[in-house]
Design a protein around this ligand. Sequence first.
Ligand code: NAD
Ligand code: MG
Length: 393
Amino acid sequence: MKKRNVAILGSTGSIGKASLDIFISDKKNFKVILLSAKSNYSLIIKQIKKIKPSYFIINDYDVFQKVSKKFNNSKTKILNNYKNLPIKINFDITISCIVGIAGLEPTIEFIKRSKKILLANKESIICGWHIINNISKKYKTTIVPVDSEHFSIHQLTKNFKNSDLKKIYLTASGGPFLKKPLSSFSKIRVKDAIRHPNWSMGKKISIDSSNLMNKVLEIIEAYKFFPFSIDKYEIIIHPQSLIHAVVIFKNGQVKFLYHETDMKIPIANAIYDNNFDITKIIKSKKQFLKNSTFLNFEKVDKKKFPIVTFLKRKIYNNSSPIILNASNEILVDCFIKGKISFNGIYRYLKLVFNDRDFKKYAIKKTPSIKDIYEIDNWAREKTLELIGDNNEK
Ligand code: NAD
Ligand code: MG
C-alpha cells in the first residue's frame, strides 16, 4: 500500500512530539512530509536531521533565518509561512497542534490540503468553528477532535442525537490544586501551576488546567463541535483522569470511555480509525483492574475554581469565546511573566467581561477571519490596559 503523507503543525510541542513518535514507529505506512514550529531552534534542527521532512515552516523570523542558513542545500525546504507552500502539496493526515489562536489560520489552510485533520488546537475550534466546519465540508475533509474528552464524546455519541441524551460530563482532574486550601491560592507560583498531576503538557494548557479554564474552553469546544445543546454539558471532577467523558442517555444507559493518561491513545486511535494495537505505541503503565476501584467523581468547588461560573454568563455565545480566549492567552502569559497573580487571571477576566465595550465585540454571530482578529485584538489590548491600570497584583 502507498505510504500516507503526513503534516504536523506544532511539531515541537507536547502533542506534536507525541504524534511524531507514532508516525516514526510506523515508517512502513507513513511519510512525514511537513513539520512546523514557532522557535525552538535546537529541537527544530534535531527534527530536520532525524525526520528529513520536505518542508519545515518556522514562524519566528530570526529562527527561520538561522535554520535556513544551516540547511541551505538540504532536502528540507525551510519556509517562514505556510502561505509559501506550493499549491500541489497535499496530505492524507494533518495533526493541528499549534497552541492558541495562532493555530486558526494554518488549520484552515491545511483543511484545504488534507483528507483528514486531527484537531488538538482547541482555541481554533472555540473561535472559528463556523469557518473550519464550512471549509471542511467544501473540501470533504474529515475532522477528528483529539482533545481526550472530545475524542471520547465523539466515540460515545456516534449515531445519537440531542434528544437521545440527558447529560454529557467532561471530566477534570482538578489539577494540582484540587486539595489545596483556598486560603493559600493567593500564593500560587507558576512552577506549582504547571505541575499537572496526571498529564505532561505544554505550559499554557497546564495553567489553564490548574484553574479549570481548560474545562471552560473544552465545554465551549464541545458545544461548537457536536450537535448537542449547551444545557447537556457539565464539568465533573475525576482526579484519576482515566475516564474522559461520561454520557448519560435517556434510555437509561450510561457510557464512558476509559483510557490511560497518554495523549498517544486518542491520537493513535484517530490516526488508525481505532484499528491497531496500542502496545506497539506505548507501554501500558497501569492495569484496568488495579485502577478500577479508584474511579472517583465529585462536584466542582466553585469557590476554589470560580472560572467555571463564566459559563453562566453565556460566554459560549456568538463571538464571546474569542474574547474569553484572547484575554485568557494574555493573562496566562502575564501570570507566567510574574505580572499578575494566579487569582488575577479570574479577576481580570471578570473586568474584561464587565467592560462597557464588551457587548459590542461579543455579539458577532459568524465572524469572518478579519472580524476574529479584530475582536481578538480588542480583547488583548483591553486586558493589557486593565493590567496596566491596576498596580495591585
Ligand atoms: P505546546 O506549548 O507544548 O506546543 C505548542 C506548539 O505550537 C509548539 O510546537 C510551538 O512551536 C507551536 N507554536 C506556538 N506558537 C506558535 C505560533 N505563533 N505559530 C506557529 N506555531 C506556534 O502545546 P501542547 O500542550 O502540545 O498543546 C497544543 C494544542 O493542543 C493546544 O491548543 C492545547 O490546548 C491542545 N491540547 C493539548 C493537550 C496536551 O496533552 N498537551 C491535550 C489536549 C489538547
Ligand atoms: Mg482535554
